[in-house]
Ligand binder design. Structure first.
Ligand code: HEM
Ligand SMILES: *[C@@H]1O[C@H](CO)[C@@H](O)[C@H](O)[C@H]1NC(C)=O
Length: 606
């Protein structure tokens, strides 16, 4: 079924709202006329024109008064209000948009934070939303009062437009999504202690190894010609190939196509010359970008999409890529079920993929077919977040050669220069884990997030002397892990510095242990990331393989596409923003704008 562009339902619902007050005026006019009370036409025209704004103004002021009353009744207060200077707080909206497009990732929250503190409300066109950078507030919405805060309709519709095939039927089944993820991810596949995990872990490592080897050979080829390459692109392909193979048992071989060349020297640039996997990756990125750009227009974004859903063409490319793989996996599985008796039990277990596991668990094939979009969603999570962490990790290595040396030393000591790392190796490598944590702290792949209150509630006041803070029902509350991760209030005076040792020395006991909600790269509470262990393993594995082969990393800023570097005005900013060599941007995931162009030096063969 073709999708309904989001502008249509938006227009329908809002036209009804907008036309209701003038229509009421019209009815009054008719009634009076019937009783021979005639007022001049100009009066009715003005009344009709003003009725809408007047009705809205009354509605809004009633709403605000109601919030104040409810807060008082609960012995709570309202949070500071970020008040703009322009009509409807247009200037605040512009500030948010500006921060989103040209700003540093923390700017969006420090904008309000400087004026109003770590928990504030802001009203864009009189619509109330909350924002916070306070770990206790975040703890309340993610854990203590978890049941009252949902990921939200807005979120899931947006995510569906991006990730599901965006047809109407999938919007309807969206409501089923939660139960579906439960059946998908609640099976223990991702449970670090689960039996299945342990059994499959061995084959994960074999799988990572094959793709890591392909990736590293690609890098070697490139560095031998002394030309820079885009590490972000390369590592995204590594995680994409690993994810599709892990999931479907057959991979998309995105690593097989040629690496892009630095800006200005690309021999392949036209669309026609792109490989299918490049087109897939491109379409995927475009769809993600479109969705992330929608909020720039505020809640009126659907107006831009009245004639078509702008993600459709990209999602068609994505689906065309995933669908045959899924069908093939299902076909194979059915064949196998048919011949199950001929097969050695053990053999079939050895090659079991996640998909096989699911097919086994789900007797209803229709569900698996219909859920094609879910796989895209899963893959997006897996590839982009893990790839982002590795990208910023390598960026930090390029800026901190001493850390790179120490990490390499640990790798050589534990694993040696060529051996494939095992799970036990990774578990014992403390510095590697601290390095990954420190990378995830400074550059969390999911820098911001949002929840919606269901019923009214109270939040802890960041000021311990203050009253609890009232939050109305159905209110968005955005939180920034990015800002929390860099706040000297929680991490001490060196909060902005890159220093993996903070996860190993007495700073752990001083800052993190008493206040674990200051570090949330994987979120927390009942909806904590289920792939955390998988991600640590995959990142560790790739870094070990990388540093076994290469002994130094340097940025090549000349290879970067034009206009992808940090804006000149950042230079005056304090802290990391002023020192940043690349432009960290965020759609739903953090990424290096224009890629991360690096050169590497091969390690001496031992
Ligand atoms: C460094 C890499 C990763 C990071 C930083 C990360 C981070 C996150 C975050 C912040 C969430 C919560 C989102 C929200 O509730 O709004 C999440 C959820 C999730 N992640 Fe990850 N993730 C990573 C890798 C992975 C991988 C590799 C997998 C799968 C193997 C995975 C599977 C999931 C799943 C299934 C959820 C949903 C949990 C639920 O809603 O119940 N993640 N992740
Ligand atoms: C890294 O962070 C995780 C929490 O996400 C924690 O369990 C682990 O102990 C940390 N490891 C090190 C070495 O800091």
């Amino acid at each position: 079924m073709k999708s309904l562009p989001p502008g249509i339902p938006f227009l329908i619902s809002h036209l009804l709202l907008v036309s209701a007050p003038p229509f009421a005026v019209y009815l009054v006019c008719r009634t009076l006329r019937a009783r021979d009370i005639i007022l001049p036409t100009w009066f009715w025209i003005i009344a009709a024109a003003l009725s809408g704004p007047l009705f809205y103004a009354i509605h809004v002021s009633n709403k605000y008064r109601h919030f104040r009353r409810r807060a008082a009744a609960l012995g709570a207060t309202l949070p500071p209000d970020l008040v703009g200077k322009e009509f409807g707080n247009m200037d605040v909206l512009r500030g948010i948009i500006e921060a989103f497009t040209h700003g540093y990732p923390s700017d969006m929250f420090s904008l309000g934070g400087e004026m109003c503190g770590p928990l504030f409300q802001y009203k864009i066109f009189w619509d109330v939303a909350y924002a916070t950078t306070d770990p206790n507030v975040v703890k309340t919405i993610l854990a203590t009062e978890f049941a009252n805060y949902e990921k939200g309709l807005v979120c899931s519709v947006e995510e569906k437009l991006l990730l599901a095939d965006a047809n109407l039927s999938s919007l309807v089944v969206g409501a089923m999504f939660h139960s579906y993820t439960d059946s998908l991810f609640g099976t223990g596949v991702f449970n670090a202690d689960g039996e299945l995990w342990n059994k499959e872990r061995i084959s994960h490592f074999e799988l990572f190894d094959r793709h890591a080897e392909t990736a590293i050979n690609k890098i070697k080829e490139r560095v031998r010609s002394n030309v820079a390459f885009d590490f972000q692109d390369l590592v995204s392909r590594f995680t994409l190939d690993s994810a599709t193979e892990f999931l479907f048992g057959s991979c998309v071989h995105s690593l097989n196509s040629a690496l892009p060349y630095p800006h200005g020297m690309s021999p392949f640039s036209s669309e026609a010359e792109k490989s299918p996997s490049e087109r897939f990756a491109h379409a995927f990125g475009m769809a993600q970008r479109i969705v992330s750009e929608r909020p720039r227009l505020g809640w009126v974004w659907p107006l831009k999409e009245i004639l078509k859903t702008s993600t459709d063409e990209h999602m068609a490319v994505v689906d065309a890529f995933i669908e045959p793989i899924l069908q093939e996996a299902l076909r194979k599985k059915e064949e196998r079920v048919k011949h199950q008796n001929d097969l050695d039990e053990k053999e079939s277990q050895d090659e079991e993929t996640l998909l096989d596991h699911l097919v086994k668990q789900t007797s209803d094939r229709a569900i698996l077919h219909d859920e094609g979009g879910r796989w895209s969603r899963w893959i997006r999570r897996h590839t982009y977040r893990t790839a982002a962490a590795l990208t910023f990790g390598v960026y930090l290595l390029s800026q901190h050669p001493a850390v790179l040396k120490r990490l390499r030393d640990e790798i050589i000591e534990h694993v040696g220069p060529t051996r494939r790392p095992t799970y036990e190796d990774i578990r014992d490598m403390k510095y590697l884990r601290a390095f990954l944590n420190e990378t995830l702290r400074l550059y969390p792949p999911v820098p911001f997030n949002i929840r919606f209150s269901i019923k009214e509630g109270t939040l802890p006041n960041p000021d311990p002397q203050g009253l609890p803070v009232y939050i109305p029902p159905k209110t968005a509350i955005a939180y920034s892990v990015f800002n929390m991760h860099r706040d000297p209030k929680f991490w001490g005076p060196t909060a902005e510095e890159f220093d993996p040792d903070r996860f190993l020395d007495d700073r752990v006991g001083k800052y993190l242990v008493p206040n674990p909600f200051i570090f949330l790269p994987f979120n927390a509470g009942p909806r904590i990331c289920l792939g955390q262990q998988f991600a640590y393993n995959e990142m560790s594995f790739f870094l070990i393989r990388l540093l076994q082969s290469f002994s130094s990393v340097s940025l090549d800023l000349t290879a970067q596409p034009p206009d992808s570097l940090p804006p000149a005005e950042w230079k005056e900013a304090p802290g990391r923003k002023g020192k940043e060599q690349i432009f960290p941007k965020s759609h739903l995931t953090l990424y290096a704008n224009g890629g991360l162009w690096v050169k590497m030096e091969e390690a001496d063969a031992v």
